[in-house]
Design a protein around this ligand. Structure first.
Ligand SMILES: [Zn+2]
Length: 418
């Protein structure tokens, strides 16, 4: 009887023990949040994205939560940033629409490596509520699956291990002196093989684009027969993060001052990494071998996956026909992903009606400075969807790689040029 009473007392102690204090931190690579308040009793963390609008749209957020007990549920109560944002290169005086910061499902991890979706959040007025269940250790919660310069390092090291033809390189050092790293993959025996350039994350909040680049890279160095074919017939460059400074500091990048990375492609780029990419691309154009340029992004909250292109009247053949052939092949591949990542086969255009600096958009710059048959495209991969997970994004990257091989194989000029 005495034992039963003791046991009951012990159980009572556990049940009534005060929960550990909830603590939020963002002092790590890519971290970003402005905590409004933490309700320790109700276990609710109220916060908004922490980014500085001068460094891009403040829609990215990524925080670590400590003090969540095993099987304990906490609520993340998110508002959009209240700071005035920039658009079309100017301060709008108004905050960014909150929907950019509010995926239907947030992303979380218990080890900051494997990322999964939360259940759908509950939208109420200007706020959204996500619930996360603890395991007793720290939790990391973010807008989407994070990908930081450390992940680039890991991806490049893994690729070099898997394929002797993969070699990492430093594209440039950023304005804040961080390395912008990329991977070159190629086993072609011809002197001037077709060049393929794949880059992601010119807009730092669009972390999903890095996972597409990762899927492309993992496929390219794999045993897949089509990947081997591509390695043997092309020289491929992949830069997983272009805007390293904002990806590392947790800022949004898009519409940053003085310029957005993807509005920086002219004769005097602000960013060393843009200048360095231009130089490498120009060198391939000079050798008449720039075959494909792909700039990876995530679109607006309600958009499916799609390509951005220039209007036909701004281009000449054979560029238009080659581009359309690439788009058809990519659509054929990506729209077969299971579970489905919805994709539109109708590209959108980025000409004069899209943005005042449309000429300085990377894919447009490459069209205007490329070879007559260069295919240059921006791929926007849908992010606000149940299958927009690390696996979903990687599947898009893999299929984009296969489409690139399909395209090159069917290209009249795939045969080495004289
Ligand atoms: Zn973008």
């Amino acid at each position: 009887m005495k034992h039963v009473a003791l046991l009951a007392f012990a159980l009572w102690l556990v049940a009534t023990a005060p929960a550990a204090e909830l603590r939020v931190s963002t002092d790590f690579e890519g971290g970003s949040a402005r905590v409004e308040s933490i309700d320790q009793a109700a276990r609710v963390i109220r916060f908004m994205p922490g980014g500085d609008p001068r460094r891009g749209w403040p829609c990215w957020w990524y925080l670590r939560v400590d003090g969540v007990g095993k099987d304990e549920r906490v609520t993340l109560d998110l508002a959009g940033s209240d700071r005035p944002t920039r658009n079309n290169g100017q301060d709008t005086g108004k905050p960014l629409a909150a929907s950019w910061a509010m995926p239907a499902r947030a992303t979380f991890s218990t080890d900051s490596k494997a990322w999964q979706h939360t259940a759908p959040g509950r939208r109420e007025g200007a706020r959204i509520f996500y619930e996360v269940t603890g395991t007793g250790g720290p939790l990391w919660v973010a807008w989407g699956p994070p990908f930081t310069p450390r992940d680039t390092d890991a991806l490049l090291a893994e690729a070099e291990k898997l394929s002797p033809s993969a070699k990492s390189f430093e594209l440039a050092r950023t304005r804040a002196d961080r390395p912008v790293r990329g991977l070159r993959v190629g086993e072609a025996t011809t002197k001037k093989p077709p060049g393929i350039w794949v880059q992601a994350r010119q807009h730092a909040w669009e972390s999903g684009s890095c996972w597409v680049a990762r899927g492309f890279t993992e496929w390219l160095v794999s045993d897949d027969a089509e990947a081997k074919w591509l390695r043997h017939h092309a020289e491929v460059f992949i830069v997983p993060i272009m805007d390293v400074d904002n990806a590392a500091s947790g800022n949004g990048g898009k519409e940053a001052a003085p310029r957005d990375h993807n509005r920086d492609w002219d004769d005097n780029p602000v960013y060393p990494e843009v200048a360095a990419a231009q130089q490498r691309l120009k060198a391939m154009v000079k050798e008449d071998r720039l075959a494909v340029f792909l700039d990876l992004h995530n679109p607006g909250p309600g958009d499916p996956t799609f390509f951005y292109i220039l209007e036909n009247q701004l281009l000449k053949e054979p560029m238009i026909a080659e581009r359309d052939r690439f788009i058809a092949l990519a659509y054929g591949r990506i729209s077969k992903i299971k579970p489905l990542i919805p994709m539109s086969n109708r590209p959108k255009t980025t000409g004069a009606n899209y943005h005042p600096l449309w000429r300085n958009i990377s894919a447009n710059w490459v069209c205007m400075n490329g070879n007559p048959d260069t295919v240059s495209l921006c791929l926007e991969t849908l992010w606000n969807y149940e299958h927009s997970t690390t696996d979903g994004y990687r599947a898009v990257g893999r299929q984009l790689g296969r489409a690139t091989a399909d395209y090159l194989r069917g290209r009249a000029s795939a045969v080495p040029r004289p």
